[in-house]
Design a protein. Structure first.
Length: 190
């Protein structure tokens, strides 16, 4: 092995460590400050320069997509599984339970889930597709006679926002989140 090969491998491992530190710092900053957390603050928390941050992640959306790709993909998968359920109401309950569980598990999730990505972003396309699937799920539950006709996707977003507040301020987040979700779902049902 040449010195150049060793230097190249060391640089790669340093870049990988920087990427991981940036991702960890970003997750914490998004949790603490929301999806609009300053990139300079993320770089500071990661212990890297802003040039390093922007070299790895040229835009905020690139960083959000990287840090939360698994979560966002899981949301899209969840709504499609819910759509395939023979019982649309149970599919809706399962999907909302999945989303609120993600909120409980990862405090930064809500900020990213509700973030407006640029229209040309792959995440924006995935968001739009998941939103259309949610609309179809809501329509199916309405057609089955289980969901009130006036409930729409905005009500689901409202539930997620309310649940985020419960999770932030509750002494017993899991219990109070379950209670809130049960009450919302009860109010949605015919």
């Amino acid at each position: 092995m040449t010195d150049q090969d060793e230097t190249h491998r060391t640089l790669r491992s340093d870049a990988e460590r920087n990427r991981d530190r940036i991702a960890d710092a970003a997750r914490a900053a998004f949790r603490d400050l929301g999806a609009d957390a300053p990139m300079k603050e993320i770089a500071k928390r990661a212990g890297v320069g802003t040039a390093t941050l922007y070299r790895r992640f040229p835009t905020r959306e690139d960083l959000l997509s990287y840090v939360f790709a698994d979560r966002l993909t899981g949301c899209a998968d969840s709504v499609h599984v819910a759509l395939a359920s023979p019982d649309p109401w149970q599919g809706l309950v399962d999907h909302i339970s999945h989303l609120t569980h993600l909120q409980l598990e990862d405090r930064a999730f809500t900020a990213v889930f509700l973030h407006e990505f640029p229209p040309d972003s792959p995440v924006s396309h995935s968001h739009a597709e998941a939103g259309a699937a949610l609309d179809r799920l809501l329509d199916a539950a309405k057609t089955a006679g289980d969901l009130r006709q006036d409930v729409d996707a905005d009500d689901v977003v409202l539930l997620l926002k309310a649940n985020d507040g419960v999770l932030r301020w509750s002494g017993d987040p899991a219990r109070e989140s379950r209670r809130l979700v049960e009450r919302f779902l009860h109010s949605f049902r015919t």
